[in-house]
Design a binder for this molecule. Structure first.
Ligand code: NAD
Length: 485
């Protein structure tokens, strides 16, 4: 963070698209009235940038500004159709490795929902850069699409430590890890295992694990039981929106994207093009994100002053924007902002939490690598495109493997074993996972044996990728298809 001479913290401001400039201006005015120790450095991202032909949606100057200030407040960004494939939001998130997405979910005074009065007050900590959202996708055949779900031990560890760190900073009592470890034992299972390993480092924080689908169910049945939830990228994407819906919706939800090198705070809602430029937008979400940013830099008192003014404005309900008011009774952004400013210095019935500085464990700047004590090569999965029946393909591959270093072990189709047949009624697509095991893995000639086999297969069939089957430290590093004994 770069401090200005007047000991203000300089923040890159990205007002963004649609209602973005209006909600940013509203936030800026409230910050000015509250004497918030922030100096804005204006920068561009989003639709206007795409239209200039910059395919990432974020120009060099913007990236440099964020890199220098290490802090940004961002309005919604559009990806205009026909101008670039990428989302500027994702560009920023990945460029700065903003791995921790923090989504507080708290009942706000004056905002009535079916859950009002339940005491909902939780934070969802979502891994923000890995998982299926790494965007590694390939068409395997014209009919079969594949997306790699990449989860890493360092990725799991740093998000889990961020969740515990956040629990300490916000004086929270429990971290719940939500995964699908029962089905995806290696990827989601890694998050659960790392949670169990890392958790004891935080003895004052209770911890438990929940299967993600039950987590969604429990969020609706008994949302007040949750304090901090940590989860992987796609799970977090879904449950954080679900949870926002419990307390009034995306339109009022703030979020922070934190990494070792920068932090970007934003409203969760989009650019609301239908009301853009009309002075009707509700700035609550961006203002709440900016309040999170104040706490991030340690300006706890100013954060509480502005938050209390916002709470009182919402609770008294006189000058609320149209989205929060009965039809026809809403006021414009300007009047709402004036009301928040008028309420600065007042305390609401809903106290602000007692926050402390959040410290993230910095990750070393090198290629993360763990060398196992033992590493054995056991075989190979060869993925083959074929319109043969499973029996025909099995007969052909078994014959091809004869005399090689491997034997055909099984063939599966979309994860279900189809050769040798288990008698199941699997619908087949032209994408077979053909598993070959080394006859004598200990001999150490596996790589050559695999290359020879793949070459032989390639002369009769079309293969699209191969996966080594390994065992690290005596543990199989692969899963078995459904139906395999
Ligand atoms: P949206 O959030 O813009 O709008 C959904 C509904 O909520 C609309 O009825 C809108 O009028 C209302 N709304 C949203 N924010 C409001 C506010 N602050 N005050 C009052 N009403 C508000 O979602 P969308 O229509 O799906 O998306 C519009 C554009 O925004 C798209 O181009 C999308 O890609 C982009 N988007 C950007 C982000 C981001 O930058 N983080 C997030 C979501 C959508």
């Amino acid at each position: 963070m770069s401090a200005t001479p007047a000991s203000k913290t300089r923040v890159t401001a990205l007002p963004g698209d649609g209602i973005g400039p209006e909600v940013f201006e509203a936030t800026r005015r409230i910050f000015e009235a509250a004497n918030a120790p922030i100096e804005w450095e204006m920068a561009e991202a989003g639709a206007a940038v795409f239209k200039k032909g910059i395919a990432s949606g974020a120009p060099r100057e913007t990236l440099d500004s964020i890199a220098k200030n290490r802090l940004a407040l961002k309005g919604p960004l559009e990806t205009p159709v026909g101008y670039g494939e990428k989302s500027a939001n994702v560009t920023l998130r990945k460029h700065f490795e903003l791995y921790a997405n923090i989504r507080p979910v708290r009942e706000l005074p004056g905002i009535r929902t079916p859950f009002t009065g339940r005491g909902i007050d939780m934070v969802i900590v979502r891994e923000n850069v890995e998982d299926v959202y790494a965007g590694i996708e390939h068409m395997q055949t014209p009919d079969v699409a594949q997306c790699l779900k990449l989860m890493t031990r360092p990725g799991c560890e740093r998000i889990i430590r961020a969740a515990f760190g956040l629990a300490i900073a916000e004086d929270r009592k429990k971290v719940t890890c939500a995964t699908k470890a029962n089905i995806m034992k290696l990827t989601e299972g890694m998050m659960k295992r790392v949670f169990e390993q890392v958790g004891p480092d935080y003895p004052d924080i209770a911890r438990d694990h929940i299967i993600i689908d039950n987590c969604a169910h429990q969020l609706v049945i008994a949302p007040e039981q949750f304090d901090v939830i940590v989860t992987s990228n796609m799970n977090g994407d879904i449950i954080s929106d679900l949870a926002a819906g419990l307390v009034g919706g995306l339109g009022i939800a703030p979020s922070a994207n934190l990494g070792d090198h920068a932090a970007i705070f934003e409203a969760v809602h989009g650019s609301a093009p239908q009301i853009a430029g009309k002075g009707l937008a509700n700035p609550t979400a961006l203002l709440s994100a900016a309040i999170m940013m104040l706490r991030h830099i340690g300006a706890f008192e100013t954060a509480a002053t502005i938050e209390q003014a916002l709470f009182i404005t919402l609770a008294e309900g006189q000058n609320l924007t149209g989205d929060l008011s009965p039809r026809g009774h809403g006021v414009g952004t300007d009047k709402f902002v004036g009301q928040v400013i008028a309420n600065l210095g007042r305390a609401s019935n809903q106290p602000s939490r007692d926050y402390h500085p959040l410290s993230l464990t910095p990750w070393p700047n090198l290629t993360a690598h763990t060398e196992p004590k033992t590493r054995e090569l056991l075989g190979v999965d060869v993925f083959i495109e074929s319109d043969l029946s499973a029996a025909e393909l099995g007969a052909s591959l078994a014959q091809l493997a004869e005399g090689s270093a491997l034997t055909l072990d099984s063939i599966s189709n979309r994860g279900v074993q189809v050769w040798p047949s288990t008698g199941g009624q699997t619908f087949l697509v032209d994408h077979f996972d053909c598993r070959f095991m080394l006859k004598e893995p200990a001999q150490g000639n596996g790589p050559q044996g695999i290359s020879d086999l793949v070459k032989a297969i390639g002369q009769e069939h079309s293969w699209m990728h191969v996966e080594k089957l390994q065992r690290f430290d005596g543990k199989d590093a692969f899963e078995r298809p459904q139906g395999e004994a």
